[in-house]
Write a protein that binds this ligand. Structure first.
Ligand SMILES: Nc1ncnc2c1ncn2[C@@H]1O[C@H](COP(=O)(O)OP(=O)(O)OP(=O)(O)O)[C@@H](O)[C@H]1O
Ligand SMILES: [Mg+2]
Length: 223
């Protein structure tokens, strides 16, 4: 069993969207639960709208003593959606003490690197939790140039004084309109058939889920 936390103390970078859609893709081959530890409970409302249709189990939990029992749950993967506000550090700390892997969504904009980097530096790296940044809301309408510059920045760490690069997923999630509707409609990406509007999102989340499973499989082999 693995606990995967989706982190980043910046609102609106795509933590909830990532947690729900990765869970949907991973539930094709694994037993998955999503836990919402965000007191704002936006993912909980999303899950309520989905009702019985979610392809994974869902629960919300902000009680720190309950979070410490998370590892006893009987799932292959538990994905935890975390708060975007700095006010909820106790919950985040309690959760990360139980976490095996962290994903930090990041849209490729210089403004967003700093808060995400801070979360990694303050909460994830000191605990020795393996992590990767996931580029989200990638806009390719003007080509791949901006994305590639951003990737290079992450890989070389040239943005940060004397720092090495930040590990990232090779695959990324493009900006897609279909994503905006999901929380309201109570849907996740696996509910959609392949149409012009949904194709990119289906392919992106499937690729990231596969990349993650491969990373974990490789880790197991070298362990
Ligand atoms: N790849 C994407 N394409 C288009 N819209 C997206 C994408 N990812 C996220 N969004 C939209 O961005 C908004 C913020 O996303 P989300 O709620 O997942 O962020 P969050 O990090 O969980 O925010 P908070 O910190 O407030 O919990 C939502 O309206 C969501 O639909
Ligand atoms: Mg959220």
């Amino acid at each position: 069993m693995r606990v995967l936390a989706v982190v980043g103390q910046k609102g609106g970078i795509g933590k909830s969207t990532t947690a729900m859609n990765l869970a949907a893709c991973m539930s094709r081959s694994s037993s998955v639960a999503v836990i919402d530890v965000d007191p704002q409970a936006s993912t909980t409302k999303w899950a309520e709208r989905a009702g019985e249709d979610l392809p994974f189990d869902f629960t919300s939990e902000t009680d720190i003593s309950m979070l410490s029992m998370m590892r006893q749950l009987d799932y292959d993967v538990v994905i935890v959606d975390t708060p975007g506000s700095l006010a909820d550090q106790d919950v985040l700390s309690a959760l990360l003490d139980q976490t095996d892997y962290a994903i930090a969504p990041l849209s490729p904009s210089f403004m967003e690197i700093e808060p995400v980097q801070r979360t990694l530096q303050d909460f994830v790296i000191p605990r020795g939790i393996p992590y990767r940044v996931l580029m989200n809301k990638v806009d390719l309408r003007d080509g791949k140039g901006d994305l590639e510059s951003f990737e290079e920045l992450l890989d070389t760490g040239s943005f940060f004084d004397g720092q090495v690069g930040i590990p990232r997923f090779r695959n990324y999630i493009r900006q897609a309109k279909v994503m905006k509707m999901m929380p309201l409609q109570g849907t996740v990406i696996t509910d959609y058939t392949d149409t012009r509007n949904s194709r990119a999102a289906i392919s992106d989340y499937t690729s990231v889920a596969l990349e993650l499973m491969n990373l974990w499989a490789r880790e197991r082999k070298t362990a």
